[in-house]
Design a protein around this ligand. Structure first.
Ligand code: AMP
Ligand code: ZN
Length: 114
């Protein structure tokens, strides 16, 4: 997608602080962290949101979760961590390229507030 922020980050057109990369996923530090560790994991191929996951492309999700577990271990998030993927406006999704937030490094509190 030519006009997608995270596609531009994956291609290097927009700079990012890379944390992890393999053949199908890319991970980088969130520009506005809400926890001591706040890393975004994205598929290299554009998928707009979790609503776009299907039998053709779902393999990337397990690959991303493998990457998340590896990075969480490397970052020594031994006390626990959280993965969040906002899907759609009501969930607060602001960038419409599927991504998974890895959050950790402090007690994270309750899941949802209004
Ligand atoms: P969401 O609100 O779930 O769509 O998450 C989008 C995330 O992208 C937010 O946490 C932003 O802080 C983050 N973000 C936006 N622009 C950039 C950027 N250029 N580099 C890194 N993270 C970004
Ligand atoms: Zn994209």
């Amino acid at each position: 997608m030519s006009d997608c922020l995270f596609c531009k980050i994956v291609s290097g057109e927009i700079p990012s602080k890379k944390v992890y990369e393999d053949d199908c996923c890319y991970a980088f530090e969130d520009i506005a962290p809400v926890a001591p560790v706040h890393i975004l994991f994205v598929p290299k191929k554009h998928i707009a949101s979790a609503a776009g996951i299907n039998s053709e492309n779902s393999e990337v999700v397990s690959k991303i979760y493998e990457a998340i577990a590896k990075v969480a271990k490397e970052k020594k998030l031994d006390g626990g961590w959280r993965v969040v993927s906002n899907c759609g406006a009501d969930a607060g999704q602001t960038v419409f390229h599927l991504h998974f937030h890895l959050l950790g490094g402090k007690p994270l509190g309750v899941m949802c507030d209004d």
